[in-house]
Write a protein that binds this ligand. Structure first.
Ligand SMILES: Nc1ncnc2c1ncn2[C@@H]1O[C@H](COP(=O)(O)OP(=O)(O)OP(=O)(O)O)[C@@H](O)[C@H]1O
Length: 466
């Protein structure tokens, strides 16, 4: 482990990344992903560094079980010997991201005093930039539209809506747009927030009678980026507020960028007027990464860890390939596996054999990676949902009562697994990949128009994800 490198660190974000990685190896995957991974280092109004946990429960857990060790790790790494407090999100409200040493990507990531600026910087992660986003066939269109949005050029679509299954780069792209847009126009007010934060801030503002300030903080934005819009589903007052915010901003010529786990018209819990507003610009799908993209993302993550001195170099190709092949789920799970291996192998990573890597991952992944949803499960669940037999979905029969559920099942396979079109075709009675493509497109086209299909798809996704 490169302690000499590590000891000279001054950027709180990097120190935390490294401390958290080491902690992960020590406390195990379960506590790490519940309490450590969702926590972040922020700076409060007095300039004090604070580890902000998502909940009071997580704060208490960290204080009881990990604070001493965190302090040890922190002090071992922080070249400036700063103290790190632990508080929960509710105690600190919205704090700015911790200031970086060296060059700061945008003006807003500085210690902040005024609340409007705090709103802007809250939640943005310095590492999520265009530079660190790896392009692949499934995200190339989204990436090019994201670059356009960030460039402020006139005449682009408004709003731009990024959609795709969880963990495949939506938040990354929204962060990248925010950083770049702010870099290009430092005076512009670029506001990034998640829909959950929108919801909770809105609800707090209602209680506090701080509504006017909240509205003002959003409505004076030149660019508003709202992540994970699906979370406003079912909340009528919040949706009403969001609709009027978006309308006001668009009328003022502000840019709107949104993301959700599905296309706008498939957000069936969202009130139709808001839904059609969300869909009125451009929708950019992001597809799950293929193997090549996953390998590049893994290599890139390792490069970052090499720069931090956490590992000594890249592992051999076959080691990384087997890690990618063994890790199901999204890029998020992949990054988790890379971090786990890096923390466990440390300075031995570059000389690790496949078997050693397997053993290290096996031991540290005892909590179990995310369950992989299989084509078979999708077929069974879909058949059951529509009162059919699985064999009907694989058969040649083309009656509507069978063909539509078959197309839904194909669509779900594309959404919930990383299988290619030809692969899915093979598993549906040896159909050609163009038939699968047609089926998937058909469902995408029908979902916005046909509430019943959207509901069926949603119910099946919920059931399959458990
Ligand atoms: N193309 C990519 N290049 C580099 N990193 C990526 C890419 N796609 C995803 N990642 C990384 O994978 C992780 C998960 O991505 P992200 O948080 O952006 O997913 P998401 O689609 O917003 O998920 P959710 O729907 O749960 O919010 C992040 O750490 C992100 O940096």
């Amino acid at each position: 482990m490169g302690n000499a490198v590590a000891a000279s660190l001054t950027d709180p974000d990097r120190i935390w990344t490294e401390a958290a990685l080491r902690l992960r190896g020590e406390i195990g995957e379960g506590p790490y992903s519940s309490y450590i991974a969702p926590s972040a280092v922020r700076v409060d109004a007095a300039g004090q560094l604070v580890l902000v946990t998502p909940t009071a429960y997580a704060r208490d857990w960290v204080r009881r079980n990990a604070q001493r060790r965190i302090n040890e790790l922190w002090l071992g790494l922080d070249g400036l010997n700063r103290r790190l407090d632990v508080r929960c999100r509710a105690e600190v409200g919205q704090l700015a991201a911790a200031p970086q040493s060296g060059a700061t990507p945008v003006a807003t990531v500085q210690p902040v005093a005024d609340s409007a600026r705090a709103v802007r910087a809250a939640g943005l992660q310095p590492r999520l930039t265009f530079d660190s986003f790896v392009e692949g066939p499934g995200n190339a269109f989204a990436l090019s539209m994201a670059r356009q949005a960030a460039s402020w050029i006139d005449g682009h679509f408004n709003p731009i809506f990024f959609c795709g299954p969880y963990g495949n780069g939506k938040t990354h792209l929204l962060n990248a747009i925010a950083w770049e847009a702010q870099r290009l126009r430092p005076d512009a007010k670029v506001v990034y927030l998640t829909a959950e934060r929108f919801l909770s801030t809105f609800q707090r503002a209602l209680q506090d009678r701080a509504m006017a300030a909240f509205k003002e903080s959003l409505r004076s934005a030149d660019m508003l980026l709202l992540d994970d819009v699906q979370f406003v589903g079912g909340k009528a007052a919040t949706q009403e507020e969001l609709l009027s915010t978006l309308t006001a901003l668009i009328e003022d010529g502000a840019r709107i960028v949104l993301s959700a786990d599905r296309p706008p018209m498939a957000l069936t819990d969202v009130e139709p007027r808001l839904r059609s507003h969300l869909a009125s610009g451009l929708t950019c799908p992001i597809e799950p990464g293929d193997r090549t993209l996953k390998l590049s993302v893994a290599r890139q993550r390792l490069d970052a860890l090499i720069r931090l001195g956490v590992v000594d170099g890249q592992p051999a190709d076959p080691v990384l390939e087997q890690l990618v092949d063994r890790t199901s789920g999204s890029m998020r799970e992949l990054e988790g596996a890379v971090n786990t291996l890096a923390a466990a192998a440390g300075a031995r990573l570059s000389s690790l054999s496949i078997d050693e890597a397997k053993a290290l991952l096996g031991a540290t992944q005892r909590g179990g990676p995310e369950r992989r949803i299989t084509v078979d499960e999708i077929q069974k669940a879909t058949a059951e949902h529509f009162n059919l037999r699985q064999a009907d979905l694989l058969s040649e029969r083309r009656t509507r009562a069978i063909a539509r559920p078959r197309q839904i099942a194909m669509y779900l396979c594309k959404q919930l697994t990383t299988r290619s079109y030809p692969d899915i075709g093979r598993r549906f009675g040896g159909r050609d990949h163009t038939t699968v493509l047609h089926g998937v497109r058909k469902i995408e086209e029908l979902m916005p128009k046909d509430d019943q299909i959207a509901k069926d798809v949603e119910a099946l996704i919920r059931k399959l994800r458990g």
